[in-house]
Design a protein around this ligand. Structure first.
Ligand SMILES: C[S@@+](CC[C@H](N)C(=O)[O-])C[C@H]1O[C@@H](n2cnc3c(N)ncnc32)[C@H](O)[C@@H]1O
Length: 202
């Protein structure tokens, strides 16, 4: 994992996805400042990332389809319904650690949470569309965010291009630009990408 300006981003494989995910979240938390960070964790699960990193944030609110009997403040529901009604401006760090594609949820974020002047937000995502994109299959949300059609020839370059376009479009819709980025690619054939971004309002 590397930190620094977007132009210097490096993509590394990593032996431990959990460690990489926690590292990326630590970088995002550090960049925003733990005492300033108000985290919305859309795929909160059993709380590993909360225990590893987000517990240091000023505010933490999770969401998961499943209710976990623990101390976390969390909604137990479909995050897409929640994100369409919640005041998302109450948060400045958004974690989308989905099993598959997080773009539906990120699209809702971009529509409902324009950045205010001078604001910075952290965005963390687990991008699991790798195999589909490799084979030229593009999901609905990714088609809406990019110029890709439902079926393409695919390939590694195509996959990379679609994800880059989607991130650029999300930044544009939020009214920001990506100023820092950390990324790790999983070692399995699925090529899951773990990405952390800092956006600054433009
Ligand atoms: C990869 S796990 C998240 C792990 C978590 N970040 C952690 O630190 O332990 C993905 C989670 O997303 C939840 N999930 C899947 N679809 C969801 C949805 N539409 N709304 C809310 N939670 C969802 C699943 O129940 C699962 O717990």
């Amino acid at each position: 994992v590397s930190s620094g300006p977007l132009s210097k981003t490096k993509v590394n494989s990593h032996p431990s996805a959990a460690r990489a995910k926690a590292e990326i979240r630590s970088f995002v938390l550090e960049a925003i400042g733990a005492d300033q960070a108000r985290v919305f964790d859309a795929f909160a699960g059993d709380g590993r990332m909360c225990a590893a990193v987000w517990c240091r944030a000023k505010v933490y609110v999770g969401c998961d389809l499943k209710w976990y009997r623990d101390d976390r403040l969390a909604y137990a529901c479909d995050n897409r319904r929640l994100m369409r009604m919640l005041d998302l401006a109450a948060f400045n760090v958004f974690d989308f650690d989905s099993y598959g594609s997080p773009w539906h949820q990120i699209t809702i974020l971009a529509a409902r949470r324009p950045m205010a002047k001078g604001e910075r937000i952290g965005l963390v995502l687990t991008e699991g569309s790798g195999l589909d994109l490799l084979h030229g299959r593009v999901s609905g949300p990714l088609r809406h965010l990019t110029k890709a059609r439902a079926r393409f020839i695919g390939g590694a370059g195509f996959r990379r291009g679609v994800i880059e376009q989607a991130m650029a479009e999300i930044a544009r819709r939020l009214g920001g630009r990506i100023t820092q980025r950390w990324e790790t690619v999983g070692r399995t054939g699925a090529k899951i990408r773990y990405i952390g971004l800092i956006l600054e309002a433009v």
